[in-house]
Design a protein around this ligand. Structure first.
Ligand SMILES: NC(=O)c1ccc[n+]([C@@H]2O[C@H](COP(=O)([O-])OP(=O)(O)OC[C@H]3O[C@@H](n4cnc5c(N)ncnc54)[C@H](OP(=O)(O)O)[C@@H]3O)[C@@H](O)[C@H]2O)c1
Length: 428
């Protein structure tokens, strides 16, 4: 039954990243994860179980005849994480959202189409959802119900990405910065100075790697983090304190640290450029800015700064949000379609043993009911009868399934039923 689909989820909408961690199966080991999920499935009486954990979402999609009430949800999450605040019903009910039946399918579609994401339109969640499915399938946790739900989910997400512009126009400041840099057509041989080696510059360096910039020196307060980026790019890592004595000049400088004071002062900038004028690009992704106002004012370079990028990111996000309405309309329609698909699948499943039953009836007739009469037939008559019986068996097997499909087609599309006995090869 459709209502056997259930979702229990904790997301950025209800809580923060640290609290989400309490609802995750606490292990990094795949084999252990598989056996823990199998244990949860068994102890909670579930037929199928799929698990997805990202940094801002944990989701359990399952099918089963259980009642999705408060005692069950409590028992469920204490099975997921036995260290979870014991007996704290409030804690769970404040954080966990539950969905059942077509609402669960609707939620699944919204996740895959990134309508429910922290950053609307980011397709990463679609990839993560498909990976979670494949992983749980490989653990032997899934069956036909989740298979058809996920098959439909993939189709819906593809349709939303194709028919709306929800995933267009970047909303990441870092990728916007990189795009601006590319517009300048800076050559791959350009000398880059990267100042700061936190999350932001690490992300920036990923884009650099894709575009094969290799003439790079990374400066950072601690050498370990500088080396992380430098190793990735095949670059040189240096302490930030060495920057003032650096004599290699640069074409592009990317600055991003959490310092609240400007790092690139007028004096330092003069030293770095040795007052030699040339076309340079300076990118400052820090908040507050790490390039001092004086430098921006007094020197001539192409400046890419975070404020303009943030404004652009905001406009792009507003554009994506405008596409959400279209995505939701598609999703609602598709949920209705799934209800019919699910019913049809139920009948297909029920019909799946029709061929076996027909074969059994035939054998019973030949070997028991009419055995004595058949034994009296001459070989030619017997051979003819066997051929007729085989023919009848083949022709009869497809009839019930086609009749059901036609009835559905008629019911939902108003078309005439097309049921007819399929032609055998010899008749065609
Ligand atoms: N994360 C984003 O999506 C994002 C986007 C746009 C802008 N920003 C801005 O980018 C800046 C850094 O963010 P993040 O996420 O990269 O931070 P992060 O991962 O915490 O890294 C901070 C970086 O700044 C360095 N640092 C911290 N204090 C410093 C100081 N007083 N002097 C010199 N270096 C210092 C750290 O050096 P160590 O390695 O030695 O600790 C590290 O390289 C912030 O201003 C933030 O507002 C972040």
């Amino acid at each position: 039954m459709l209502k056997n689909y259930k979702i229990l989820t904790v997301t950025h909408k209800k809580t923060n990243t640290e609290d989400i961690a309490d609802f995750i199966v606490p292990t990094d080991d795949k084999a252990e994860l598989a056996s823990r999920l199998a244990a949860i499935k068994a102890s909670c009486g579930l037929e199928e179980l799929m698990y997805l954990a990202t940094c801002n979402r944990v989701l359990f999609l399952f099918s089963g005849k259980i009642q999705l009430d408060s005692p069950f949800i409590r028992f469920f999450f204490q099975s997921v994480n036995p260290k979870l605040a014991q007996g704290s019903v409030d804690y769970i009910s404040e954080n966990v959202q539950s969905f059942e039946g077509s609402k669960a399918i609707h939620h699944l579609y919204e996740i895959a189409a990134s309508v429910d994401s922290m950053v609307v339109g980011e397709r990463e969640i679609f990839r993560q959802l498909r990976e979670a499915y494949e992983e749980c399938r490989s653990y032997g946790l899934l069956g036909d119900n989740i298979r058809i739900a996920m098959q439909a989910t993939v189709e819906v997400a593809k349709e939303v990405y194709a028919k709306t512009r929800i995933g267009e126009k970047s909303v990441s400041v870092v990728s916007l910065a990189f795009r601006k840099l590319q517009e300048t057509e800076v050559p791959a041989s350009a000398r880059f100075l990267i100042v700061g080696a936190g999350k932001t510059n690490r992300l920036f360096s990923k884009f650099m790697l894709q575009h094969k910039y290799q003439n790079v020196v990374v400066f950072n307060r601690s050498i370990g983090n500088a080396e992380l980026i430098a190793d990735r790019l095949g670059a040189e890592a240096r302490m930030l304190s060495e920057l003032e004595n650096y004599e290699g000049d640069f074409d592009v400088m990317v600055v991003c640290t959490a310092s609240v004071e400007p790092i690139i002062t007028q004096e330092l900038y003069e030293k770095l450029t040795r007052k030699v004028a040339k076309k340079r690009i300076v990118i400052d992704l820090s908040l507050p800015n790490n390039i001092s106002g004086e430098v921006v004012e007094n020197f001539d370079f192409q400046y890419i700064d975070i404020e303009k990028l943030r404004q652009l990111a905001k406009e792009n996000m507003a554009f994506r949000m405008g596409e959400v309405k279209k995505a939701r309309q598609l999703i609602v329609k598709r949920v209705e379609g799934f209800k019919m698909r699910f019913r049809q699948r139920q009948i297909e499943r029920a019909m799946s043993d029709v061929p076996t039953q027909i074969k059994a009836i035939k054998s019973h007739a030949l070997e028991q009911v009419f055995k004595n009469e058949l034994d009296k037939l001459d070989p030619e008559a017997r051979e003819l009868l066997d051929r007729m019986m085989d023919y009848m068996e083949k022709r009869c097997i497809g009839i019930p399934m086609m009749a059901v499909k036609d009835a559905y087609r008629k019911l939902h599309q108003g078309s005439k039923p097309k049921t007819q006995i399929p032609k055998s090869k010899s008749q065609k």
